[in-house]
Each structure stands twice: as C-alpha cells, then as structure tokens.
Design a binder for this molecule. Structure first.
Ligand code: FE2
Ligand code: FE2
Length: 259
C-alpha cells in the first residue's frame, strides 16, 4: 500500500453554517453514488466468486460493499443536516453490471475492475482528500473522514485485481482489452472530472467548502496530477503504457452530457 501524505485536520464547528441548494444537491448525489458503488462492487464480487478467483479478492470485495453502504448512510446524514429530505430515486438499471454478448466473466471483470477501481477509486483518494480540507460541518466531515480512509483500500483492491488478472491464462486477452478500452475509459473520466470549460469554474462560496464541496476546476487539476502520480506508474508497473490512451482521450474532448 502506498504511503499517504499526512492529512490536514480541519476543526469541526458547531456553528450553524447555512447549506445552499448546491450543498443539498451534491450530498444527495453522493448518497446515490455510494449505493451505486455498493451495487457495482457486489456484482463484480459475484463474478469473482463464479470465477473461483482468489478468496482474498472475494473477501476484499465483500468488505468494500459494506464500506459503501456505510458511506451511503453517512452521506445521507450530511444530506439530512443540510435540509435535504428526499434523495432522487435511484436509476435501477445503473445498479447492475451488464455483460456484453459473448463476453467472458474474466473480460467483464477486467473492464469494470479497471474503470471503476483502477481509475475511479484511485482518483477518488486525492479528490476526497481535498474535499475534506476545509470541511468543518460535523456530519459532512465525519462522512468524508470515513470515505477517505476506506478509499485507499478500495484503490488497492483495483490494482491487486489487475495484477491478478494479468497472471491468469487469459492474460493476453486482458492486456488487449485494457489497451483497446483505456482511451474510452479515460475520456469518460475526463468528461466527469475535467469537462470542457470546467477550468474556468474555480470559485465556490466559502460556506459550500465548509460543507465539503470544491470547485469543478479543482477536480480537473487533481485528475491531471493523478495521471502523473498514480496512473502512469501503477499501470507502468504492470506493463501498460497509459500515455497514448490519455492523448487519445484528450483528443475526444468529451463534453458534459455526452458519452
Ligand atoms: Fe464510497
Ligand atoms: Fe469506494
């Protein structure tokens, strides 16, 4: 496990900090995202069981499902403190992982393992670290404390899983799939975290920061840094070259609302 830099510890305040609509919307979105993470990990872990994969990976996967449900509950507590009442209904189709026609479980596990864990959970660590800085509202801070602590282990699950897959008999297929699909995965990541024009949105109200939000420009900058600090060395260690995939993703320049 990679050592993390010591965290800044903001002081929790009991002062009543007004929550904006943006705060309520963001914490409501986080509740939904945590449910989705739990469902996706549960499904991926079922596939690992069906593959008779390493029991260590299966236990790690099940533990992550439990973590994600705790994140959902803690995010809901922040949402409720912000004055939120009803979380938007979950899109049920997005809470399961579809297999492509004819696709083997090993390839499906590679596809989702890389996109959700190697990419998503890896960038989540620096993102949550910064979201936590300056977050002083008790329920929001407690949620971010717990999420940040767990995301480090969730990130490692992804890299352990990929290292496992490239040692299986299907290793050549795994490598070909990652090479083929990485540009699209990076493009989707950029669409979410570094949308065109996002670099200009560098300010949010101070109170929103206290509730654990940050400007969109910061997401983009942290994603770029994650490429240098995590994606390139971690993929490189497993024999993958990410630079061509990243360049291709940048050329696609996906915009918000497109896929
Ligand atoms: Fe989570
Ligand atoms: Fe997670």
């Amino acid at each position: 496990m990679t050592a993390e830099a010591p965290q800044k510890t903001p002081t929790i305040t009991d002062e009543d900090i007004p929550a904006s609509d943006a705060v309520r919307a963001e914490w409501g979105r986080r509740v939904e995202a945590e449910y989705r993470s739990a469902a996706i990990t549960h499904h991926l872990t079922l596939w690992l069981i069906q593959m008779a994969a390493s029991p260590d990976l299966i236990h790690d996967g099940l533990r992550i499902v439990g973590d994600e449900m705790v994140h959902a509950e803690m995010s809901f507590a922040a949402f409720a403190d912000a004055g939120g009442t009803a979380v938007p209904p979950l899109t049920r189709e997005s809470l399961a992982l579809p297999l492509k026609p004819g696709e083997s479980l090993e390839m499906a596990v590679t596809r989702y393992g890389v996109e959700v864990f190697c990419l998503g959970e890896t960038v989540a660590v620096p993102l949550f670290k910064v979201l936590r800085e300056g977050c002083v509202v008790r329920s929001a801070r407690e949620a971010l404390d717990r999420v940040l602590r767990d995301e480090v282990r969730h990130r490692e699950f992804g890299w352990t899983l990929l290292a496992y897959l490239v040692e299986q008999p299907c290793a050549d297929e795994v490598r070909a799939l990652v090479k083929r699909e990485l540009p699209g995965m990076f493009a989707r990541l950029r669409r979410n975290y570094a949308p065109v024009g996002g670099e200009d949105k560098s300010e949010i109200p101070e109170n929103d920061r206290k509730w654990g939000l940050m400007p969109i420009a910061r997401y983009g900058a942290l994603l770029e840094r994650c490429l240098e600090r995590d994606y390139r060395p971690r993929f490189g260690k497993l024999g993958f070259d990410v630079d061509a995939a990243w360049d291709e993703a940048c050329k696609l320049r996906p915009r918000i609302g497109t896929s």
